[in-house]
Design a protein around this ligand. Structure first.
Ligand SMILES: [Zn+2]
Length: 392
C-alpha cells in the first residue's frame, strides 16, 4: 500500500500555506505524504471519511497547565492534548528548576501529546501559591542550568507579573526571568494582569520596554489590574512599541484573565492577538475554559474568521515554538499531526472569565486526532452533554 492512512472528503484548511479547499490527505510513516484532490481511499491501509468536516494541522496550545499529580491545577496532558484535537501543548511554568525533572519524567515522558514547556523563574513553579515571595524563591543559575539540560524541550522562561515577589523585589523580579531566558537562549513569557493579588497598575508599562522580539505577552485581553488599557481605555503606548519590536501577543484565556469587553476595545484599536491558547487547568476545564476548540470558538464569536482562528492555533504558534518547518502545517514531509474538526452552526453562548456572555454562530468540535500519524479518539467533551456549548 502506498499510504498508511488516507483522510478523504474533508475541507482542508492549512492557513500557513494558504490552502482552503476540498482535498484528501495521505499519511505514511508518521509524515504527511500527499495532500491532493482525488486520492483513492483504497491506496491506504486504512481510510477515514472526513466528509462534512474540516481537516487542519494538529492544534497547538502554547499556554496550558498539565503537570498532573505535580501541581494542584495540573490537567491530564492528553485530555488537554490529543483527546481535544491538540497535538502539541506547551506548559506555562508549572515547574521550576527544583521540580522540572519530575515534569520531564512523568509528563513529557508519558504523554501521547507532544509536550514542551516554559520553566518558571520561581524554583518550585506553581506547586506552591504564591510561587515566589522574595528573592529566596528565585534561583537564576539553576533555571539556566535546567533550561540548558532540556534544550529543545524547554522553550521559554515564565514569570507572572503579580504576587508577593513583585512587591518585595520590584522590577528585579522581572529582570531575573529575562536574565535566565537570555542566558539560556529561550524567550521570556510574561503573564500580565491578575485579580488575585494587589497588582501595581504601573508594572505592565514598566516591563514592556524590557521585552524583545519573540518574547511573549500572555493574557493580552485581561481585564484585571495590570491590563494594557490605560484609564481612558486606550492601549498603552508601550504595547504598541513592543509590537513594533516583534514581541508576540497571546490572549491565554484561563479562569481570570480574559475579558470580551477589553478584547473588543483593543480590537477597535487594532491590537489583535498573534496566537490563541487556553491557559487550561483542571479547574478551568470545569469552568469557563473547557477546551482549545471552545476557546477558538470564542474568537469566532468575537469576529475573527475561521481561517484566522485556525492560523492562530496552528501555524503562528508553531513559529513561537520554533517548529514551523515541521508543525502547524500540512505540507508534504512534515509531521502527520492532523485535527479533524466539525463546524456546528447554531446560536451558542460563550462566557469570558468575568461572566460576560457573547453569542456565536459557530462551534468548533474535535472529531479525531492524528499525532505523528498515530490515531487518537477524542474525549467525550467538557460539558455534561459533550463538546458543544450552551445554546443561546
Ligand atoms: Zn497560565
Amino acid at each position: 500500500m502506498p499510504y498508511d492512512i488516507v483522510i478523504t472528503g474533508g475541507q482542508v484548511i492549512d492557513p500557513g500555506r494558504g490552502v482552503d479547499a476540498p482535498l484528501d490527505v495521505a499519511i505514511k510513516d508518521g509524515k504527511i505524504a500527499k495532500v491532493a484532490a482525488g486520492i483513492d481511499a483504497s491506496q491506504g491501509e486504512r481510510s477515514i471519511d472526513a466528509s462534512g468536516h474540516i481537516v487542519t494541522p494538529g492544534l497547538i496550545d502554547i499556554h496550558a497547565h498539565i503537570f498532573e499529580h505535580g501541581v494542584g491545577n495540573g490537567l491530564d496532558p492528553d485530555l488537554a492534548g490529543v483527546r481535544s484535537g491538540v497535538t502539541t501543548i506547551v506548559d506555562a511554568g508549572s515547574a521550576g528548576s527544583a521540580n522540572y525533572d519530575g515534569f520531564h519524567q512523568y509528563i513529557v515522558g508519558t504523554a501521547k501529546t507532544r509536550v514542551l514547556a516554559n520553566i518558571h523563574i520561581a524554583q518550585m513553579g506553581l506547586a506552591v501559591n504564591p510561587e515566589a515571595r522574595d528573592a529566596n524563591d528565585v534561583n537564576i543559575d539553576e533555571t539556566i542550568a535546567v533550561a540548558n539540560r532540556y534544550r529543545g524541550e524547554i522553550i521559554g522562561v515564565k514569570i507572572r507579573a503579580c504576587g508577593p515577589a513583585l512587591d518585595t523585589m520590584g522590577i528585579d523580579y522581572i529582570h531575573a526571568a529575562i536574565k535566565a531566558a537570555r542566558e539560556s537562549g529561550v524567550r521570556v513569557m510574561v503573564h500580565i494582569g491578575d485579580p488575585q493579588w494587589n497588582v501595581d497598575p504601573t508594572i505592565t508599562a514598566r516591563l514592556l520596554p524590557l521585552l524583545q522580539a519573540d518574547d511573549l505577552i500572555t493574557h493580552l485581553y485581561t481585564g484585571a489590574p495590570g491590563k494594557v488599557l490605560d484609564g481612558n481605555r486606550n492601549v498603552l503606548p508601550e504595547l504598541l512599541d513592543a509590537r513594533a519590536r516583534g514581541v508576540g501577543f497571546d490572549p491565554a484565556h484561563g479562569r481570570f484573565n480574559m475579558s470580551f469587553e477589553v478584547a473588543k476595545r483593543m480590537m477597535e484599536q487594532g491590537i489583535l492577538p498573534d496566537s490563541i491558547s487556553t491557559d487550561i487547568t483542571k479547574q478551568g476545564r470545569l469552568s469557563v475554559v473547557k477546551s482549545m476548540t471552545h476557546v477558538m470558538s470564542k474568537f469566532l464569536a468575537l469576529g475573527f474568521s475561521l481561517r484566522d482562528v485556525i492560523k492562530m492555533s496552528t501555524y503562528v504558534p508553531a513559529g513561537f515554538i520554533g517548529m514551523q518547518e515541521d508543525l502547524g502545517t500540512l505540507a508534504e514531509g512534515t509531521a502527520a499531526d492532523v485535527a479533524i474538526l466539525s463546524v456546528e452552526q447554531g446560536k451558542w453562548t460563550y462566557d469570558d472569565a468575568l461572566g460576560v456572555s457573547l453569542v456565536g454562530e459557530v462551534a468548533l468540535q474535535p472529531v479525531l486526532t492524528f499525532k505523528d500519524g498515530e490515531q487518537h479518539p477524542v474525549d467525550y467533551g467538557p460539558f455534561p452533554w459533550g463538546w458543544l456549548p450552551n445554546r443561546a
